[in-house]
Design a protein around this ligand. Structure first.
Ligand code: PMP
Length: 338
């Protein structure tokens, strides 16, 4: 018989899938491979850091049996933590900014977690900011705050799992790695691992960050943008400023239109931050093709599924409200029309 003892055993080892139509390359071009993280059991890349952060807190004694996990999260880290906590018998309280979709909040509640919603429009130092509310809740007895923005096990989980997977899956031939930046854990952990392994071969892997226009990583101050899970208005400790060789800034409009294209043309139903990262990878692929570097192997990480954004990115009215095109035609047809 073949079975897993727990869902937790199924985290990681996600596949690489080639991007085809959406690259719009005139002829041959570099190979662009998507690391499809929505195939993790909790539906996102964040399952990886949740497991590692909880195990480390158990080992250090910071999290005691029957304790409560308190975290400010845009949803995915919450799902990962809620899933691991359910299996290990911990309570969870999540603090979310109000821009996070209701679907995402309901997923957290479905795992048995409590969700506290805070305004997006206040500064991080404001008492109602989601950072401060979670600090207050984390000060309660028995509470432990993983703090994905400063916890070294966030980037470390990628250094120890996602990075080695990508290296092995590409037979060590990866030349460029592209990822969106939120806490920076993904790009810092994977980027460092890939650069170290490539250095052993006397070469480099170019690490490219994708960032929503307005966020600090691409030189902004944190102007509100709509794409969820990426971009920041401060510099988290989990982001290693020495890792990214380059940051590609992507507008909300391009992120959302490309997210729609990934579903329609590659059958990949992913979230807006995946569309953003893949759009940056497409731009990079075009640059490489122009330089005649068709032997390049680009890997782009797609963090989560589009299921949590059906009322936003995948809703034409929602997009239209912000003046964005859907990037897709003939989405729906009333019965009776020809
Ligand atoms: N996309 C989504 C949907 C996310 O939730 C996150 C995590 N905030 C990211 C991308 C960015 O990953 P990281 O925090 O590792 O930089």
């Amino acid at each position: 018989m073949k079975y897993a003892n727990s869902l937790l055993d199924l985290i990681g080892n996600t596949p690489l899938v080639r991007l085809n139509q959406t690259l719009d390359l005139p002829g041959d071009g570099p190979l662009v491979l998507a690391k499809v993280e929505y195939l993790n059991p909790g539906g996102s890349v964040k399952d990886r850091i949740a497991t590692r952060m909880i195990e480390a807190a158990e080992a250090s004694g910071a999290l005691q049996p029957g304790g409560t996990i308190v975290e400010p999260t845009s949803g995915n880290t919450g799902v990962g933590l809620a899933m691991v906590a359910q299996q290990k018998g911990y309570k969870c309280i999540f603090v979310c900014p109000d821009k996070v979709s209701e679907d995402k909040r309901n997923v957290l509640k479905a795992y048995g977690a409590e969700v506290v919603v805070c305004p997006t429009a206040v500064a991080p130092e404001h008492p109602d900011s989601y950072y401060n509310v979670s600090d207050r809740l984390a000060a309660e007895p028995g509470a432990w705050k993983p703090d994905q923005y400063s916890n070294p096990h966030n980037p470390r989980s990628h250094y120890e799992t996602t990075g080695p997977e990508i290296w092995e899956q590409t037979d060590g031939r990866i030349t460029h790695f592209v990822a969106g930046v939120g806490t920076g854990g993904t790009i810092s952990g994977i980027g460092r691992f890939l650069k170290e392994r490539a250095a052993e071969q006397g070469r480099d892997v170019q690490v490219v960050g994708a960032d929503p226009a307005g966020s600090v990583y691409s030189g902004g101050t944190g102007r509100p943008y709509l794409v969820e899970g990426v971009g920041e208005d401060f510099w988290p400790e989990t982001y290693d400023r020495d890792i990214a060789d380059r940051i590609i800034e992507v507008s909300d409009a391009d992120s959302f239109a490309f997210t729609r294209r990934l579903a329609r043309e590659e059958a990949m139903l992913v979230g807006g931050s995946s569309g953003m990262a893949a759009f940056a990878a497409r731009q990079l692929a075009h640059e490489l093709a122009e330089q005649g570097r068709n032997d390049a192997v680009v890997v782009v990480l797609l963090p989560d599924s589009g299921r949590g954004y059906l009322t936003k990115v995948f809703n034409d009215e929602w997009l239209g409200q912000y003046g964005f095109a859907s990037g897709a035609q003939a989405d729906s047809r009333t019965v009776g029309e020809v």
